[in-house]
Design a protein around this ligand. Structure first.
Ligand code: HEM
Length: 517
């Protein structure tokens, strides 16, 4: 029988030696670590951290310790960045040193080692980034505007027919625009076979990627050799199921897109990459194809939950703030009229719509702590030592709720982004909520146009209202959000009713018919 006591003692012993060794090495660097709240040696400053929403604790720490705070978790140095300036100084100006990602063994165990988001800084990551850049850079995303328009119009029809299922309809929209731009796949409905395969990754694989297990297994890798029937080890079964699932998730849509490849195929990430090789008369190598498949599989993971969260937050905020909604609708009526739908060409004349979009991103950043970066080498910044291998967390939530920049930060006030004459102020919220430096979100331009299309069109056609109680009185709104790495509003209900009297499927069809992308 295995002697767990011996194993545990050996593991703790080796960690102690590592800890003492690292401290000795560190003492050779004549700069202190950034300030840190009191904590236990090696275990770190876990006590008192809000585990559901750690960004709130980190924002509190910033008040006492400043914009750069060091914490430690099971021997791992974690540097929290609480201001946009420090984030830019480190993650952008010194991006060569801070564009790595920490290694999480759970990504391998769940079969998502293809995920571009967590690739280490190196050639594989560069290739993935090239695939994304080719298709989703600012100058290329306009190719997807017609499809985004078509799907946003389809969303309006869905909202008119079954408004109570608005969350499903939004999911169908965000899934279809990303699947089209990656695989040239035209979804038929939420029940669509391929959409189902792809969408189930969010219920089978994403929950298995447990950050708590990633941290514990990173510190005690031998735990992974324990059998899954032991109490607390059932995550191994969930990870095995996730691993089995990702195979189909990667293969099926990719095969579909390869079958559809021909000279006049619509633009898509797979098509763009294959065409580039064709133009250079190079035949793709198996490893290259594997990376293209991985980058394509990443796109849905990167786009779906994030875009969906923004749209759900938008609906929630419109229901909670009817006066803002009416003001935006009045601007649309002034600029666009009521005989057609707003299009991207109207955007410069609709600053309030952009202000609402920015305030939605600011009010609840989808990834409050972004995605961790990692330091390639030791560095010194503002007199502090940032150790090699440290994990850097950009606290986007803290930046978005900086009172000196956004007074009354917990209120939804789109006007904060407008000058007195109603024009848009220069501001970087729409920038920093997508991260920093070389690892900044590659889908931000695509997200920008695809989400704007929905916000503008929905406001043009519908009122988003509070639900009523049994006496016909409006039920007050209490915005509540999930916890976790990606944050979204908790399920809520609202009433979605057409703004115009007598708007039915036929009239909406006519309105769509006269509107162009
Ligand atoms: C509102 C929607 C979105 C938000 C808020 C968002 C946010 C972010 C953030 C904060 C990061 C981490 C940046 C960093 O490490 O500094 C990121 C990375 C990434 N995003 Fe997005 N994203 C969105 C939409 C998308 C879309 C539509 C795609 C795909 C087309 C996408 C693909 C990616 C990828 C591949 C990365 C990893 C980049 C790398 O590590 O090099 N995202 N995103």
């Amino acid at each position: 029988m295995h002697d767990w006591t011996t194993t545990g003692t050996l593991a703790l012993g080796s960690l102690l030696v590592l800890y003492i060794g690292r401290r000795a090495l560190r003492s050779q660097i004549p700069y202190p670590l950034p300030p840190s709240p009191p904590g236990l040696p090696w275990v770190g400053n876990v006590i008192g951290v809000n585990t559901d929403a750690p960004w709130l604790t980190y924002a509190e720490w910033a008040r006492t310790y400043g914009d750069l705070v060091c914490t430690r978790l099971l021997g791992k140095d974690i540097i929290i960045i609480n201001s946009e300036k420090v984030a830019r100084d480190l993650l952008e100006v010194r991006s060569k040193n801070y564009s790595d990602r920490p290694y999480f063994i759970t990504n391998d165990l769940c079969g998502v080692d293809f995920n571009s988001v967590f690739l280490p800084y190196g050639d594989r990551w560069r290739l993935h980034r090239r695939f994304f850049h080719q298709t989703f850079r600012l100058e290329a995303v306009h190719r997807f505007l017609p499809y985004q328009h078509q799907r946003a119009c389809h969303l309006l029809q869905r909202l008119l027919a079954t408004p109570e299922n608005f969350d499903d309809h939004l999911f169908e929209y965000t899934s279809s625009v990303i699947m089209n731009s990656v695989y040239n796949y035209d979804t038929t409905s939420r029940q669509d076979d391929l959409v189902n395969i792809v969408a189930n990754v969010l219920t089978v694989v994403v929950p298995a990627l447990r950050p708590d297990i990633a941290v514990i297994a990173g510190a005690f890798p031998w735990l992974l050799y324990l059998p899954s029937w032991l109490p607390g080890m059932s995550f191994k079964k969930e990870m095995a199921a996730a691993r089995a699932y990702t195979k189909g998730y990667l293969e099926r849509p990719f095969e579909y897109s390869l079958e559809k490849l021909n000279g006049d195929a619509a633009p898509s990430m797979v098509h763009d990459a294959m065409r580039q090789l064709e133009e250079k008369s190079i035949s793709p190598e198996a490893s290259w194809m594997q990376e293209l498949k991985g980058a394509s599989g990443t796109a849905f993971l990167g786009a779906s939950e994030t875009s969906n969260s923004v749209l759900m937050t938008f609906f929630l905020m419109m229901m909670a703030n009817p006066a803002i909604q009416e003001k935006a609708q009045a601007q649309i009526d002034d600029v666009v009229g009521q005989d057609r739908l707003p299009t991207i060409d109207d955007r410069p004349l609709l600053p309030l719509i952009d202000a609402i979009f920015r305030e939605t991103l600011r009010y609840s950043p989808v990834l409050p702590l972004s995605v961790p970066h990692a330091a390639v080498d030791d560095d010194v910044y503002a007199g502090y030592h940032i150790p090699k291998g440290a994990l850097l967390l950009a606290n986007l939530w803290s930046m978005a709720h900086d009172e000196s920049r956004y007074p009354n930060p917990h209120a939804f006030i789109p006007e904060r982004f407008l000058n007195d004459d109603g024009s848009l102020k220069p501001d970087t919220t729409g920038y920093f909520t997508f991260g920093f430096g070389r690892r900044m979100c590659v889908g931000r331009h695509f997200a920008d146009t695809s989400l704007w299309a929905v916000i503008a069109k929905v406001l043009a056609v519908f009122k988003i209202l509070r639900t009523l109680d049994e006496h016909g009185m409006e039920i007050p709104v209490e915005p509540k959000f999930s916890t976790g790495i990606a944050v979204h509003p908790l399920p809520f209900r609202c009433r979605i009713v057409p703004r115009r009297e007598g708007m039915d499927a036929e009239k909406l069809g006519q309105l769509i018919a006269v509107s162009t992308a």
